[in-house]
Design a binder for this molecule. Structure first.
Ligand code: GLN
Length: 446
């Protein structure tokens, strides 16, 4: 069973920040009793899963892998969590991440890095590294993650699992600790596409507690679990095969797309010309929103406090000591981009780029049904290799952040391995609210 698996490999993988063993055992026992009585159970009932530590869980510590929330026990559940709990699964605990979801390797966790189960010298990706690593290691059967600029898809790619970032607004953000509110989305990390569709069914839907939550009707995503890509028009954007892309990744992804052709899909070369500006725009917009969202951790209303003689001293000390380096870097960038005199040159420009990136997709989707590309430019890299070079780390997000800027859904599915045996992910991008076509394409490949 999964708790046994945790005992065996968690020491090497370190995917968890909190393991709720006793509660998990009690939940499992209750479901066993139900089964023994011959009662029917739902899809997720009794199935053990893990929750990213930025999703609020009533009565269970939610730290965002930050020292500033070291002792935060939410008095309420995030809406996605409420919906999951209604299905009566076993909750194993909370999984590791980059602090406040800022990063792409889980090395920015204030507690410990997580290791990639395929090779424990490598990172699992991030920021939902704990979610992907636990599913890949079998220390959870499913997990919830969050994706602001690739944080579900890139770790899914690095760990050889399935990760979906739904359309912005599909899943309520109520109870998801905010990083960049106009980009954040909760989504499933699973072993296969069937599990992904089933969990998506559970967590989607309008929520009056989140004003950006979509009122669009939620289809039954499991109906899209059909093997059929005949006539499907797949766009291949030339800009996603970026300079510096690992040749093995390019080869593997192109081979996967070739397979779609054999299955009857039509491959269409497309151009998304503003892609090259997406990273620059993202790394202004996301920090700007983060700087604003993280103002609340002032040692008074939210989070830990480090005492000092006066109020300003207390706030300064608290934030200096309790935020990690990357979080502080983003707060500084964000406040700079938003400050008077620089707002027009940076934030406003970035917002214009965001619109251009959105328009690129709108044009492209007039010609194609889905877009396919690599999820990340490289397979999982070594722990410690990139952490001292933030800019290099930001470039990892080249293929994932454009979607978030446009609010579109995207999935990463495993499509092969590098020569050293590390998984490579294929990214499937869909039109807004069209997760179904992504699921159909992914299911057919699987
Ligand atoms: N790597 C990106 C960042 O650091 C994406 C993170 C995310 O999606 N939460 O911002």
């Amino acid at each position: 069973d999964v708790l046994k698996r945790i005992d065996e490999v968690e020491g090497d993988v370190k995917a968890y920040l909190t393991i709720t063993r006793d509660e998990a055992l009690a939940q499992a026992k209750a479901v066993d009793e139900k089964i023994a009585k011959g009662e029917t159970i739902s899809f997720l009932e009794g199935i053990p899963g893990a929750i990213k530590d930025n999703i609020c869980t009533k009565g269970i510590k939610t730290t965002c892998a930050s020292k500033i929330l070291e002792n935060f026990v939410p008095p309420y559940d995030a809406t996605a969590m409420t919906k999951i709990k209604a299905q009566n699964p076993v909750i194993l605990g909370k999984v590791n991440m980059d602090e406040f979801a800022m990063g792409g390797s889980t090395e920015n966790s204030a507690y410990h890095p997580t290791c990639n189960p395929w090779n424990t010298d490598c990172v699992p990706g991030g920021s939902s590294g704990g979610s992907a690593a636990s599913v890949a290691a079998g220390t959870s059967i499913w997990a919830l993650g969050s994706d602001t600029g690739g944080s579900i898809r890139q770790p899914a790619s690095f760990c050889g699992v399935v990760g979906l970032k739904p359309t912005y607004g599909r899943v309520s953000r109520y109870g998801l600790v905010a990083y960049a509110s106009s980009l954040d989305q909760i989504g499933p990390v699973t072993r296969d596409v069937t599990d992904c569709a089933n969990i998506l069914n559970i967590i989607c839907g309008h929520d009056e507690m989140d004003s950006t939550s979509s009122e669009a009707e939620v289809p039954d995503f499991t109906k899209a679990l059909v093997e059929d890509v005949k006539g499907l028009k797949i766009g291949l954007p030339k800009e996603y095969f970026v300079d510096g892309m690992d040749p093995e990744v390019e080869k593997t992804v192109r081979a996967a797309i070739e397979k779609y052709k054999e299955l009857g899909a039509e491959i269409v070369d497309i151009s998304l010309p503003h892609t090259k500006y997406a990273i620059s725009a993202y790394y202004l917009i996301a920090p700007a929103e983060a700087a604003t969202n993280l103002q609340r951790y002032d040692g008074v209303s939210y989070g830990e406090r480090v005492e000092s003689d006066d109020l300003v001293g207390m706030m300064t000390k608290t934030r200096t000591e309790k935020f990690g380096e990357e979080v502080k870097r983003r707060i500084v960038i964000g406040n700079y981009a938003l400050s008077a005199g620089y707002y027009d040159a940076y934030y406003l420009k970035a917002m214009k780029v965001r619109t251009l990136v959105q328009q690129d997709y709108t044009e492209a989707f007039k010609k194609v049904d889905v877009i396919m590309a690599p999820t990340a430019p490289t397979p999982a890299f070594k722990i410690g290799e990139m952490i001292s070079d933030p800019l290099q780390m930001y470039l990892q997000d080249a293929c994932t952040v454009p979607l978030n800027l446009a609010g579109l859904p995207g999935m990463s599915i495993p499509c092969g391995y590098s020569a050293s045996g590390m998984p490579i992910g294929l990214q499937i991008i869909g039109k807004a609210l069209d997760e179904e076509t992504i699921i159909r394409a992914a299911y057919t490949y699987e």
